[in-house]
Design a protein around this ligand. Sequence first.
Ligand code: SF4
Length: 284
Amino acid sequence: MTRGVVPRQPARTGRQDKVRVQRAAAVNKPDKVSAKSTPPRQSNASGKPAAKTTKAGQGYNPVAPERVAEILKRLNDLYPEVTCALTHASAWELLVATILSAQSTDVNVNRVTPELFRKYPTVEAFAALTPEQLEPDVRSTGFFRNKSKSVVGAAKKLVAEFGGQVPDDIEKLLTLPGVARKTANVVLGSWFRKAEGVVVDTHVHRISRRLELTKENDPQKIEQDLMKILPRERWILFSHQIIWHGRKLCIARKPKCAECALENICHAGDKTWSTVEMHKGAQA
Ligand code: SF4
């Protein structure tokens, strides 16, 4: 070996090795973490979080177009073909599933909806119900009284004013009971393929803040920030990808940063492991 050249040392704790094993294990359906998308990992001799938590460095712009483009590229590599996880076969079914998904999980909703749509196969069938009649069918999704009111109310309005059809227009969708921007954007983006906004659910909320794409806490303001910095053609896919990322790696309480392909461009203040400076202001 050439004199004076010190070979790169693995972490004494062996954590580096563990990281590789975990990352390989994370390659799972439907997401693929390609080798291409994995950032070069910096050596961390202690195996502990290397970075100090500081305010964002001078001259650093978290929403610089190059940084945003890099985040989008890595998300594409990680989650190339993700779509909405709510089972549905029509705009109406997606609308109902999205209303039921508030404060619940998609898995939970998907357990309920097949039987629900067998029992009430049309918008008109829902419109003929009272909210109380629907409650037992959606009870397990939580907040079932409000959700029943919203679903039955939306069905009645669709039948009375829109010929039983879900409109592909955000202003009209927002007039339906229980439909706010998130639900309207889900239906427009996933069913009608219309990018009128960005879906901001709990995952998009949390991860957009961690990635410093916004400093806001209000979903509508977060959506406005994202609409300014993301190319419109990525509005729909970005939300799907971030939602999958939030389920797989960037989880709320303990993000799996050591396995994350965004790690070396993420400065979140609540990272569990970091090779870069962490920023106090960038937290879930
Ligand atoms: S590095 Fe950690 S906090 Fe940042 S995006 Fe990845 S999992 Fe989330």
